[in-house]
Design a protein around this ligand. Structure first.
Ligand code: HEC
Ligand code: HEC
Ligand code: HEC
Length: 333
């Protein structure tokens, strides 16, 4: 039976290969045949989310919206490493060999078919906009990855390119080339909706932190990811120091004092004390440093968390204005 299947598969292939190449495009019949005769032996293409202990391979009901197309095609052509270091079913280790390999044309036809067939109406446009994602946000996301135990079960790479983290589930060091932002954002919202037993590690997280961890994963493996640089934005180009003086009075003087001498009414009892701006050459501090310090607070740049974060309080223009003010006012002694 198996031998027969392989033969008829080869005949079909040869027939399709010798046909004019236009035939490949949108050949749903071919895709259906492979999916329902081969892939379905291991994967499910419909049904409700089920514990992985009932499955042989990852579910593909939502595969039309889960993967980035170039990744999916590479995967189907056998050009990607396995994702599960201990095999998908770590409790059984039944499958640790190579995944079924298709030729480029076959992989493309199947990827097209999956993309239009296996959709999931729960998956909407993500609330995360990667075009405004900053390097600092990625590093905050990396912290969450550690703090929320993600590292306990998923591997990433360290600075030297070595795999680190627990090998129990998929490795994530190439996540940014694999998942669509929309699928991953929805998955993060409640993993149980896709794979029961996967845990709810982010259930108590704020929207801001969710953006950090979601965006962070979308940068992993992406060569030269282009981070947004707020200090080069329009708001900074038209920053106004005079308006910044007002922001300084309302938000900074309480600690840093009216002349930036670190003697505001809020300074008493603080350790470390508020910086004495009057002594600092803030005019020469790097843009990204000042931005991150004020937007994310002292702790984001290795300073005390007594220096609060203002990112959720000050609109971007006010932030740009107050930076223009401190730069033009405090130039060191
Ligand atoms: C013999 C069983 C088997 C067959 C047949 C099979 N797969 Fe798989 N597939 C697996 C296993 C097991 C994994 C997880 C492997 C890993 O990454 O470690 C997997 C992974 C995948 C993934 C990545 C899943 C994810 O999200 O992690 C895709 C996509 C996929 N297969 C598609 C297909 C398609 C399409 C076919 C048919 C052309 C197919 N597979 C045939 C067993 C199979
Ligand atoms: C106790 C182990 C464990 C921890 C901790 C954990 N995960 Fe997972 N994760 C899983 C399992 C199990 C799955 C379902 C896939 C599978 O069968 O392995 C999963 C699935 C995922 C997927 C989707 C994988 C895919 O291709 O379908 C992503 C992305 C992910 N986790 C990210 C995270 C992040 C981010 C964290 C930390 C907030 C985290 N995980 C914490 C076990 C874990
Ligand atoms: C609740 C008190 C408080 C408020 C309000 C406050 N800061 Fe600070 N700020 C601090 C403290 C404390 C430090 C010193 C941190 C350290 O030394 O680790 C600091 C340090 C700084 C520094 C110096 C960083 C460095 O590298 O030396 C700058 C610049 C700064 N704050 C700007 C501001 C601006 C702009 C505002 C208003 C938007 C502001 N701060 C509001 C407490 C405050």
């Amino acid at each position: 039976m198996r031998g027969l299947l392989v033969i008829s598969f080869t005949v079909l292939l040869l027939a399709l290969l010798s046909a004019p190449s236009g035939l490949w495009a949108g050949d749903d019949g071919f895709a259906e045949k492979i999916i329902y005769s081969q892939c379905k032996n291991c994967h499910r293409f419909k049904g409700k989310p089920t514990s992985k202990f009932e499955l042989k391979a990852p579910d593909l009901m939502w595969s039309g919206v889960k993967y980035q197309r170039p990744w999916l095609i590479r995967w189907l052509m056998g050009k990607e490493r396995n994702l599960y270091p201990n095999s998908y079913r770590w409790d059984k280790s039944t499958f640790s060999g190579k995944h079924m390999v298709l030729m480029r044309e076959e992989a493309t036809v199947i990827a097209d078919y999956m993309e239009k067939t296996f959709r999931d109406s729960r998956i909407k446009k993500s609330f995360v906009d990667m075009s405004t994602f900053t390097e600092m946000e990625a590093s905050l996301g990396a912290n969450i990855f550690r703090e929320y135990s993600c590292m306990g079960c998923h591997q990433i790479k360290d600075d030297e390119g070595k795999n680190i983290g627990g090998p129990i589930s998929v490795d994530l060091f190439d996540a940014g080339n694999r998942y669509t932002l929309d699928w991953w954002s929805r998955f993060a919202e409640n993993p149980q909706d896709f794979t029961p037993h996967s845990g709810e590690y982010l259930a108590d997280i704020s929207l801001r932190k969710a953006r950090h961890i979601i965006g962070y994963l979308m940068t992993l493996g992406v060569k030269d990811f282009k981070f947004y640089e707020p200090w080069n934005s329009a708001a900074f180009k038209k920053a106004d120091a005079k308006r910044g003086a007002k922001v300084y009075k309302e938000y900074c003087v309480q600690c840093h004092g009216p002349q930036g001498k670190g003697d505001g009414p809020g300074a008493k009892g603080l350790d470390p004390k508020p910086a004495v701006h009057a002594d600092l050459p803030l005019s020469d501090f790097p843009d990204d440093y000042l931005y991150n310090l004020i937007y994310y607070g002292g702790k984001s740049v290795g300073k005390s968390s007594n220096m609060p974060d203002w990112g959720l309080t000050l609109p971007e223009q006010s932030l740009a204005n107050v930076i223009a003010y401190v730069r033009s006012t405090f130039k060191g002694q």
